[in-house]
Ligand binder design. Sequence first.
Ligand SMILES: [Zn+2]
Length: 345
Amino acid sequence: MVADMTSRQRVLAALRREPVDRTPACNPTSVATVELMDLAEAPFPDANRQPELMARLAATGHTELGFDTIMPVFSIIQESSALGCKIQWEQKDNWPTVRMREPIWEKPEDIRIPPDLLQHPDTQCVLKAIKILRKEFGDSVAIIGKTMGPWSLGYHCFGVEPFLLLSLDDPGKTKLCLDKLKEATVQFGLAQIEAGADALTLPDHATGDLVSGEYYARYLRDLHIEFAERLPVPIILHICGRTVDRMEYIAQTGMAAFHYDSKNQPAESMNIVKNRISLVGNINNPETLYSKGPEEVRQEVFKNLEAGVQLVGPECAIPLQTQIDNLKEIPRAIKEWHHQHTTHN
Ligand SMILES: [Zn+2]
């Protein structure tokens, strides 16, 4: 038996695949909902742009939902805004997005990381929110930051289609783009660590439906190894979709964890990664969390725990209209499962 742990200890141990008192409930991506925005009086779009509101909304993931982590970076566009992308900030019920029909760059030579990337209000907002949360929660809860990988930044700055076409036509130029963009990933990541983040989610949207496993190996594996070396906290890689064809390569990166999608079965995924990287996931969003009930959520939680998945949570940023009762069921089901297992042993 492992002695009782704080949420922070539990998460950090699970990211190192060390013993835990129970599996942590972890959200590497957003669990913000419209209901939580009302509760905290911290609605979008302001909660994406004002540090106090960002921190307040993020805190509800722990105080209301009972997760062991707090993750304040709800969107995927904070640093893209600082890079100069045009942002559609939207309203309370919608995610901010990059206007990808108005790309800012066309070729590798156009890429320029602004010297004041980290002074921009939209990157500052994240850094200040992390500081506020660190001060408020001390050592009790794991605070997770987020820095976007160069493949995702390529989509945002060049447009998805032009970037994918470039990757087909000219691997050399694509690699040059990734190499230049990676400095934004590292800079923003290091600044969040300095602000107090315990771990970083690194989404790099080489998603199952757009990009193959072979592509991952060619373009991203070495870069991801470099991130694991240059960012001195546990890194949680996030890629959506069916990804079993690249999990072998992902397991080689030295990253702490892979945040995986429900299109992959827990047991088959654990078999591929073979304890070289922790898995986080993989409760289905669009069907289970969004449109089913606590009973279905519980079954998916159990399936992950039975496979030995180290951290359990939603597969990706949850839909803003998700019922909070379904989210509360995740930590509840974890505790129940562990309770049953200790009494049986
Ligand atoms: Zn995702």
